[in-house]
Design a protein around this ligand. Structure first.
Ligand code: 5MM
Length: 354
């Protein structure tokens, strides 16, 4: 067991605050290419100014801080100024939200392992983290990507990515920054929910072994995993309850109780479906799980907002209303109180799932 020095204690406090009752995180850390890709879908200019306006629209949404505990920002945003000349970090804090930052530098092809990716960004990370801590950013995020396909993922890809994630987490805690650890098993493909379960289980078990080996304090971190889902091209369809059942069972098998919270990514799921699935997990299992189960969605919250905004000032208020609606829905789901659009199809029995 690691003694909590001041920095570890700070990370533990941040983790607890981020998973406070009824709250979750907003991932608004799209890199410029990803943000531009989203903008292009809705005819929004792919410029630094449009990205600035959009992020200002998000962070000036009335009442956002009632539902959102933390915002994951991107390096470009924290170096931009709002329209009244203040800093984005100050704007986040003024909204009652904890500011965080994505620190990975994206993925690249893994040498010798066709179809697999490795996440880059460890070089110089200690210095970047110290700079971010000095700017008032209290948590960070790093995403590793695992694909399911013919002969993949390989053990080597999983082990290498999880080792890097654990190194990132250790560096964050050294700097007094709380690490969000994001191992994403992608939805792409035609795999079954059981294949996703098996890969997610292997990824999470490897991850926690690496975190243990590298001395990462589990109370001072959060996990951001995928839900256990069928591949998006699969003919098999899973009910909301089957997804909740498989996901919670997998987490119970792999995630130590010392971790204060699990904040899901949405991974390209339809927004309402992601909310329904989170709601179902909390509705059914909340008395049987040791960690908070919440959200850290990007697309599931933001795509409907972008669709309304379309880059036009006159659409700003309806876009903010949509953002608030999505944030509130997920906040309700955080407690199993979201108003269901999709009825659960069967009672789950997590202990008989596998
Ligand atoms: C939108 O994706 C975020 C940034 O990705 P890039 O570095 O590729 O631009 C990503 O980190 C995001 O925070 C999480 O994956 C969750 O997003 P989703 O859309 O899966 O909820």
């Amino acid at each position: 067991m690691r003694n909590a020095n001041v920095k570890i204690q700070g990370a533990r406090d941040t983790a607890k605050q981020l998973v406070a009752a009824y709250k979750g995180l907003l991932a608004m850390d799209e890199s410029n290419p990803t943000c531009n890709k989203r903008f292009a879908q809705f005819g929004i200019p792919e410029t630094a100014e449009a990205r600035r306006d959009y992020r200002e629209l998000i962070l000036t949404t009335p009442d956002l801080g009632k539902y959102i505990s933390g915002a994951i920002l991107y390096d470009e945003t924290i170096r931009q100024q709002t329209s009244d000349g203040s800093s984005f970090i100050d704007l986040v804090i003024k909204a009652g939200i904890i500011p965080g930052i994505k620190v990975d530098l994206g993925t690249t092809d893994m040498a010798g392992f066709p179809g697999e990716k490795i996440t880059e960004g460890l070089d110089g990370l200690r210095e970047r983290l110290n700079e971010y801590a000095g700017m008032g950013l209290r948590f960070a995020k790093w995403r590793a990507v695992i694909s399911i396909g013919n002969g993949i993922p390989t053990e080597t890809c999983i082990a290498t990515n999880m080792q890097i994630l654990a190194q990132y987490a250790a560096l964050c805690q050294e700097a007094g920054i709380m690490p969000i650890v994001e191992p994403e098993v992608l939805m792409d493909g035609d795999h079954s929910i059981m294949q996703c379960y098996d890969v997610t289980e292997s990824v999470l078990k490897t991850l926690f072994y690496e975190l243990y080996k590298q001395g990462v304090d589990l109370e001072g971190m959060l996990l951001k995993p995928n839900m256990v889902l069928t591949g998006k091209n699969s003919i098999e369809k899973s009910s909301v309850t089957e997804v909740a059942d498989a996901t919670v069972k997998c987490l119970l098998e792999c995630v130590p109780a010392a971790v204060p919270g699990v904040a899901f990514l949405s991974g390209g799921q339809d927004g309402e479906m992601a909310t329904n699935r989170l709601n179902e997990m909390n509705r059914i299992f909340k008395s049987r799980i040791p960690w908070a189960l919440t959200f850290s969605f990007s697309r599931a919250i933001q795509l409907p907002v972008l669709e309304i905004w379309k880059g036009k000032e006159e659409n700003k208020i309806p876009a903010q209303q949509e953002l608030c609606y999505r944030a509130k829905g997920n906040s309700d789901a955080r407690w199993g109180q979201f108003d269901f659009a999709v009825e659960p199809e069967r009672e789950p029995d997590i202990f008989n799932y596998k």
